[in-house]
Ligand binder design. Structure first.
Ligand SMILES: NC(=O)c1ccc[n+]([C@@H]2O[C@H](COP(=O)([O-])OP(=O)(O)OC[C@H]3O[C@@H](n4cnc5c(N)ncnc54)[C@H](O)[C@@H]3O)[C@@H](O)[C@H]2O)c1
Length: 455
């Protein structure tokens, strides 16, 4: 096997970053180049970026401009690794490309960090896991939600036995017009690129449930549909926000020029290379994913969970409730819509918290006593409420307060989150009948019938 792995220079690990969009550029490249500089160890003392890879080479060029860097850029990981030996590949590309890129990187002798979701089907996750075993290389998946202090608190309370073995979970991801709608402007709204929002978005929440209760999903029945983000006869909308007469009155307006023309420079200015439109109308006929779904999940030790996702609520909210024979643990957070900075700021990616609400954790003891669990937030002014900075620190072996080894997501655990979405898509395609884990793993899940393109 061709090995492109290098001995690290001093204590520095070398990274190839594939995918220089939103996440690759502003969460990973920016962090590895210097990003903290605010009282925590500089990651660049431990890390070096060897090369960028992007099928849109112009987007990698913009990344260099914006970051004030001169990282060599290539269109394939093979070219990059041949010229710039490295230790790790960070993969932050479109979800459907994760498996091919990860398999290629592992074959080149690189360890792989994949941003969530691991892939778009159990079948693809299995390819990655088998290749990693064959090549003897590591795979870590970026389930950064685990790095929120409140989520770690949930995992630890359940592990302490305070509520006994969890029997039942109710959880939900309620996305507001702005956040939920943002997926329908982008590649995420095409099922064959993301496998839907149950995979792309809710793999975070599904992984969290699996991780907190330390169990594996074995079966799912699900229902879902899309009837909000659909073409609207009579609406005088344009094909994209930047060409739409009513864009400024629309609750889903995507402002390409916000935050120093962030999206214009990242996507529109380089659109001639790949034709990718970042501000497509959310009410277009290109959408092939559901905008709401409800799942029932069965776990291997008998626990059951119900999980719902909706993408057009007036106010963003999420919740997880765990019940055991000894008590009940509840988490919820509502986000303040007024504090929302508007689209295009990329607050989470650029390292500044934006609209975090005040999460609450309540522990109900068997005797009825209620305990409000106080959780100290650390590094919360960094991306995703401090979760990203801790995720990257843990990757580099930097010890920051608030990191626990149980937070690192193994590929098998990451596959379990994808598996729930995979089983759900199959179940929706079969009108809600129950799908077992064994029925996944051979192919890509079918398009949910409610989400198929018209005609
Ligand atoms: N963990 C989190 O909180 C979080 C948040 C946002 C996105 N993500 C994940 O990060 C990944 C990227 O999302 P994004 O919002 O940055 O998307 P994006 O569209 O902004 O960027 C994706 C980039 O990948 C490039 N690309 C696509 N296919 C490629 C290929 N085969 N080889 C090389 N480059 C390729 C595109 O040209 C683009 O530059 C997704 O998997 C997404 O799920 C994770």
């Amino acid at each position: 096997m061709l090995s492109m792995k290098t001995e690290s220079t001093g204590n520095k690990q070398k990274f190839i970053i594939a995918g220089l969009g939103n996440r690759g550029r502003d969460s990973f490249a920016r962090a590895l180049l210097a990003f903290p500089n605010r009282g925590i160890p500089e990651f660049r003392e431990r890390a070096e970026i060897a090369a960028f890879v992007d099928i849109n080479i112009e987007r990698a060029r913009v990344a260099n401009l914006v970051l004030g860097a001169a990282i060599p850029a290539y269109t394939t990981i093979q070219e990059a690794a041949a010229r710039h030996p490295a230790d790790w590949a960070i993969i932050t590309t479109v979800d459907r490309t994760h498996a091919d890129l990860a398999v290629a990187a592992l074959g080149l002798g690189l360890d792989v960090f994949l941003d969530k979701p691991m892939a778009t089907s159990v079948w693809e996750c299995n390819r990655i896991i088998e290749t990693s075993r064959r090549c003897g290389r590591r795979v870590i998946v970026g389930h950064n939600l685990r790095y929120y202090e409140h989520m770690l608190a949930l995992a630890k309370i359940v592990r302490s036995g305070a509520i006994g073995e969890v029997q039942q979970v109710e959880a939900g991801e309620v996305l507001d017009f702005d956040h939920g709608g943002s997926y329908f402007h982008r590649w995420h709204s095409e099922f064959d690129k993301s496998a839907g929002l149950m995979n792309h978005k809710c793999c975070h929440q599904l992984d969290l449930i699996n991780w907190v209760i330390e169990d594996r999903p074995v079966a799912v029945s699900a229902m879902g549909a899309r009837n909000y983000y659909v073409p609207r006869p009579g609406l005088k909308n344009g094909a994209r926000c930047s060409e739409c007469a009513i864009a400024r009155q629309c609750p889903h307006f995507c402002d390409l020029d916000a935050n120093d023309r962030r999206y214009r420079r990242m996507y529109v200015d380089v659109e001639h290379v790949d034709g990718y439109i970042r501000d497509a109308c959310v009410f277009s006929d290109r959408n092939t994913i559901n905008d709401r779904e409800t799942l029932n999940i069965r776990y291997s030790r008998g626990a059951t969970a119900c999980f719902s996702m909706v993408t057009y609520a007036p106010r963003e909210y999420n919740y997880y409730n765990f019940t055991g024979h000894e008590g009940r643990l509840e988490y919820s957070v509502a986000f303040d819509p007024k504090a929302k900075p508007g689209q295009g700021t990329g607050g989470a990616e650029t390292g500044f918290a934006t609209n975090e609400g005040r999460p609450q954790i309540r522990l109900f003891h068997k005797d009825g006593a209620v305990e409000f669990v106080d959780v100290q937030k650390l590094h919360e002014d960094y991306g995703h409420g401090g979760a990203d900075v801790k995720l990257i620190a843990s990757l580099l072996g930097i010890e920051l307060p608030g990191i626990d080894p149980i937070q690192r997501a193994t590929p098998e655990q990451a596959r379990d989150a994808v598996a729930i979405a995979d089983m759900a898509a199959r179940s929706i395609a079969r009108n809600g009948s129950c799908v077992a884990f064994e029925e996944t793993g051979r192919d890509f899940p079918p398009f949910p019938p409610s989400a198929r393109r018209p005609g």
